[in-house]
Design a protein around this ligand. Structure first.
Ligand SMILES: Cc1cc2nc3c(=O)[nH]c(=O)nc-3n(C[C@H](O)[C@H](O)[C@H](O)COP(=O)(O)OP(=O)(O)OC[C@H]3O[C@@H](n4cnc5c(N)ncnc54)[C@H](O)[C@@H]3O)c2cc1C
Length: 410
């Protein structure tokens, strides 16, 4: 016998769970809701952690999805600093840290992602950081204060955003990246070079095409050494080497898992009544015609909301085109829809020198992705054309002409 019963169990204290709870109540669901999260805070947005929170321009509470009082006022039981230890899909029970067993009607698994840890020589030195939660940002900020140099490992969002945030605070930063050009894995080399120039002209050193070999130190990290022999002295390191889905709980419970928790197009896992959303969810995307897992703030929010609707009987496919944004201090802001894992053509629109442009990534004449710097209206059209699989090949000239109206295409 379980110790108690809830109608909706939301596992994971992040964006996806919070928005699921909000939508359940917003739609008038009257059943009991229990949201269980490992971290001590109520659900919060992570993007500020590498941006305004890291720079000291925002508080923790600014990032909360809802203030703590919202949960009580809306009859959502919030269990923070608490792990869900196991799920029994047949008995439909969850065991919580401390031993309590909770029976549930429907459940969402939104356990997020885990950072990839680099296990190279010297990795045990103090001052080597990873970034996922508030506490990590506090530790980075403390170490960066008074540091002669901080080295960022990784040329993707986390490395570039943290380098920008710390440089804007007067800390000297150098990025060491496997890729030749910053952010090029997602946006290609030409757009990547545009962002890299913003970083470099604001004082960030970029060392591309370099593989990390070791950290050197005396108990505290003192240098980063690469396979080519480059050695960069530093007082702290921040590693942004990607994340992987945290599917451990689901896997132990016997749910189907690949690079995330396997879901169908309705975000249903392999067990009836159990859904997944956010960074841990690998879903069948009807928009892309393939399986997809992304780590985007907006997707976690939209999927959490969508799961709530399906829990209440909508039974609809999740068809939102994934959206992402990133800021490099106040030097550059980007928005992106896609994701284009591969493309055979790039069409540039607008004025890169003037700082307003979009890049359209086409695969087989269809829009596979679009990057916007200051051209949000382009993004909206790209999103539509991607979702509707519009023949963009026939519209090449219109797309390339920044003055043309794209709303009639398709
Ligand atoms: C530093 C940083 C900057 C980012 N910047 C951007 C950005 O600019 N733009 C953008 O689009 N995206 C950004 N992201 C990505 C975005 O924040 C994530 O996609 C989003 O947070 C995913 O939400 P989620 O609810 O799936 O997972 P999470 O926010 O990771 O929440 C999952 C929670 O579940 C908890 N949990 C795991 N297992 C258990 C368990 N067994 N029991 C209880 N709790 C458990 C975890 O500890 C975690 O607190 C950023 C991420 C980081 C880390």
């Amino acid at each position: 016998m379980a110790d108690r019963e809830v109608d909706f169990l939301l596992v994971g204290g992040g964006m996806a769970s919070a928005h699921c709870a909000k939508e359940l109540r917003g739609r008038g669901a009257e059943g009991s809701i229990l949201l269980v999260g490992r971290e001590p805070e109520p659900p919060y947005e992570r993007p500020p952690i590498s941006k305004e929170y890291l720079r000291g321009d925002a508080d923790r509470a600014d990032a909360y999805v809802e203030p703590p009082s919202w949960y009580e006022e809306n009859g959502v039981e919030l269990a923070t600093a608490r792990n869900v230890m196991s799920l029994d899909p047949e008995a439909r029970t969850a065991k919580l840290q401390g031993g309590e067993e909770v029976a549930f009607g429907k459940a969402l698994i939104a356990t997020g992602a885990l950072v990839n840890i680099l296990r190279v020589e010297g990795a045990e030195n103090e001052g080597i950081h990873y970034l996922r939660a508030f506490g990590n940002a506090d530790a980075i900020r403390a170490d960066a204060e008074g540091a002669d140099r901080v080295v960022l490992i990784g040329g993707s969002y986390i490395g570039c955003e943290v380098a920008a945030s710390l440089t804007a605070q007067g800390v000297e930063c150098a990025i060491v990246a496997l890729e030749d050009v910053a952010l090029s894995r997602t946006f290609g080399e030409k757009a990547g070079r545009w962002f890299q120039r913003r970083l470099e002209e604001n004082g960030v050193e970029f060392h591309g095409g370099e593989e990390l070999a070791a950290f050197e130190g005396d108990g505290r990290v003192r240098a980063v050494v690469t396979a080519s022999g480059l050695s960069l002295e530093c007082d702290a390191v921040v590693v942004g080497a990607g994340v992987r889905a945290d599917a451990m709980l689901a896997q132990r419970a016997g749910l189907e898992v690949d690079d995330g928790i396997v879901c169908d197009s309705k975000l249903r896992t392999s067990v009836e009544g159990i859904y997944a959303a956010g960074d841990c969810c690998s879903y069948e995307s009807v928009v892309h015609g393939r399986r997809l897992r992304v780590e985007h703030w907006d997707v976690a929010m939209q999927q959490g909301t969508h799961v709530a609707r399906n829990m209440l009987g909508d039974d609809a496919d999740y068809e939102v085109v994934p959206y992402f944004f990133s800021d490099l201090a106040d030097w550059a802001s980007l928005e992106y829809v896609g994701p284009a894992h591969e493309w055979d053509e790039e069409i540039w629109r607008g004025d890169p020198d003037g700082g307003e442009f979009s890049v359209w990534y086409l695969k087989d004449d269809r829009v596979a992705g679009c990057l916007s710097v200051g051209r949000g209206e382009d993004l909206a059209e790209a999103r539509r054309m991607l979702a509707d699989r519009v023949d963009a090949g026939a519209a090449r000239e219109a797309i390339a002409d920044a003055g043309s109206d794209l709303s009639g295409l398709g």
